[in-house]
Design a protein around this ligand. Structure first.
Ligand SMILES: Cc1ncc(COP(=O)(O)O)c(C=O)c1O
Length: 393
């Protein structure tokens, strides 16, 4: 495998990979040194100076999160809100849409399970309808079927860009073209794709996007972001307001913020916000094209090596595939494999049914083991993983 990616530097910058093999980047990546240090240093400042005083001193570092996120997504910083998770970001956008009885949500079959719960919630409370757009023969959303399903009742298109399991990358930009042509708002769950590949909201054409800090962006836990396109933002009223989201003008009146921070609260993990800004800058420093290429090379190698093992099936689909490799073994259940690998210093994870329930039900697969790779993982680690997996089988 030839690549100009400086893997040695990536590994030197990742203290955690000295002692274990971390193939659970779709759960939470190992943060690199600049991110971890920014977090520790900020907390130390709070310890020594006080939280409010540190916030004032570190105003530039806090503001950097918004500009870094805007550079990452090719939008303006006024279209970004800081959130404590992708779920919180997705929900803030979803519940602001004011869907009415009979309105229809069109969603791809790999939609994240938590989003499905919110659909069911609004179906029960408001009489909203949900229609699942079928997958094509590659397992990704069938864009022609989506196009045919659009009618005047469709008020929202939802897509999970990279599902938690199943290996595929959905054609987000093709869905964006349908959304734009039909003038339907488009909410993209980019939780697993942010930090794994370039995400340009103009090129994709999504109107709202959620992401999390801890996964492929390598930021701290308890951080995330929401993007809302300015033209839609003006029409969206958050389902809950507070005096950060809206300015209290008098005892009887308030004025909603004009920017995406209308979806925020004032209190947050300031250390997390600063460190997420550092994580985004760090990813941009590597370059998202280079990161995507390096992850693609590693994941292709792993899928190829797994295909050679008798009794193991790779469960991945898609024309384009991500760094999330999923598999099952005929003889040994996934949870037993995961535990055995962990006892040998290799972190992997399981894909629960609740991760992407519609496609899981359609495919009828057994529980899957997930080995999710990042650019700092190495070919030597893949060799060790294969050897230990064969041993465990
Ligand atoms: C596709 C997808 N969307 C959303 C989420 C939720 O992210 P968070 O835990 O940051 O709320 C996850 C988490 O695994 C995910 O895989």
């Amino acid at each position: 495998m030839s690549s100009t990616f400086d893997v040695d530097k990536a590994r030197r910058d990742t203290r955690g990979c000295e002692q274990l093999i971390h193939f659970n980047n779709a759960g939470a990546s190992l943060p690199p040194v600049p991110v971890a240090d920014a977090l520790y240093e900020y907390l130390h400042e709070e310890e020594m100076r006080g939280g409010y005083e540190t916030m004032a001193r570190c105003a530039d570092a806090l503001a950097n999160f918004y500009s870094a996120a805007a550079r990452l997504l090719n939008c303006t910083s006024s279209e970004i809100a800081f959130c404590d998770s992708a779920t919180r970001a997705w929900s803030a956008a979803f519940y602001a849409l004011d869907l009415q009885p009979g309105d229809c949500i069109l969603a791809g079959c790999s939609e994240y399970g938590s989003n499905l719960v919110a659909f069911l919630h609004l179906a029960r409370r408001r009489g909203v309808e949900i229609a699942w757009v079928p997958d094509d023969e590659h397992g990704q959303i069938d864009v022609t079927a989506l196009e045919q399903r659009i009618d005047s009742r469709v008020r929202l298109i939802c897509l999970t860009h990279i599902p938690s399991g199943g290996g595929l990358v959905n054609p987000a930009a093709a869905v964006g073209r349908v959304a734009k042509a039909s003038n339907v708002p488009y909410l993209l769950d980019a939780c697993q794709s942010l930090g794994q590949m370039p995400i340009d909201v103009e090129q994709i054409g999504c109107d709202m996007l959620c992401g999390t800090g801890r996964k492929f962006l390598r930021g701290p836990r308890g951080t995330g972001l929401l993007y809302v396109r300015k033209s839609l933002l003006e029409q969206l009223e958050p389902s809950q307001l507070n005096h950060h989201a809206a300015e209290l003008i008098s005892i009887g009146t308030y004025r909603l913020r004009e920017d995406a921070r209308r979806f925020e609260c004032w209190e947050r993990s300031c250390a997390g916000q600063v460190a997420l800004g550092v994580a985004i800058d760090y990813a941009l420093g590597w370059g998202l094209d280079a990161i995507k290429q390096r992850i693609g090379l590693l994941a292709a190698e792993l899928r190829c090596r797994l295909a050679d093992i008798d009794g193991v099936a790779v469960a991945d689909q898609g024309v384009e595939q991500s760094g999330i490799v999923t598999l099952f073994a005929e003889q040994v259940p996934a949870d037993r494999l995961q535990q055995q690998l962990m006892s040998r210093g290799i972190n992997t994870s399981l894909v629960p049914f609740s991760a992407n329930p519609v496609s899981a039900a359609n495919r009828g697969l057994p529980p899957l083991l997930r080995a999710s790779l990042h650019y700092y993982n190495s070919l030597q680690e893949i060799d060790r993983f294969i050897a230990e997996l064969e041993q465990a089988l």
